[in-house]
Design a protein around this ligand. Structure first.
Ligand SMILES: [Zn+2]
Length: 104
C-alpha cells in the first residue's frame, strides 16, 4: 500500500482504495471508459475511476470518494510516490503533503 497523486484530479489517494492505483497495462480493458476515455492508463483515485466494468457490472470502489480519509487536492504533477510509499513534494522533498493543498 502506498500513496499516490491521482493523475486526473490531483488528489492524494491510497493504492489499496482504488482499482486504478497502479499503471497496469491491459488492466484497462476490464472497465467501461465511456465518457472518460482520456483517463485510460492513468493512476486514478476512486472518485475518478470508471463506475462500471466492461461487462456492465458496477465497481463498488469506483466513481465516488471512499471517505476512508479526507480528499486532499494537490497541484498536479508536483508529487511522486517515494521509496517508503509516501507522497513526496518534488521541489521541497516534504512528505507533509497537506501543507500544499489547493481548492479543487
Ligand atoms: Zn482523482
Amino acid at each position: 500500500m502506498s500513496l499516490f497523486q491521482c493523475q486526473h484530479c490531483g488528489c492524494c489517494e491510497n493504492t489499496a482504495l482504488t482499482n486504478h492505483g497502479w499503471p497496469y497495462k491491459g488492466w484497462e480493458k476490464h472497465f467501461d471508459w465511456t465518457g472518460i476515455e482520456n483517463r485510460k492508463g492513468m493512476q486514478l483515485c476512486s472518485a475518478c475511476s470508471p463506475t462500471n466494468y466492461s461487462d456492465g457490472k458496477s465497481c463498488s470502489k469506483s466513481g465516488r470518494w471512499h471517505e476512508q480519509f479526507e480528499r486532499v487536492y494537490l497541484p498536479q504533477g508536483e508529487f511522486f510516490t517515494n521509496k517508503t510509499g509516501n507522497l513526496e513534494h518534488r521541489e521541497t522533498g516534504s512528505e507533509d503533503f497537506r501543507q500544499f493543498r489547493i481548492e479543487p
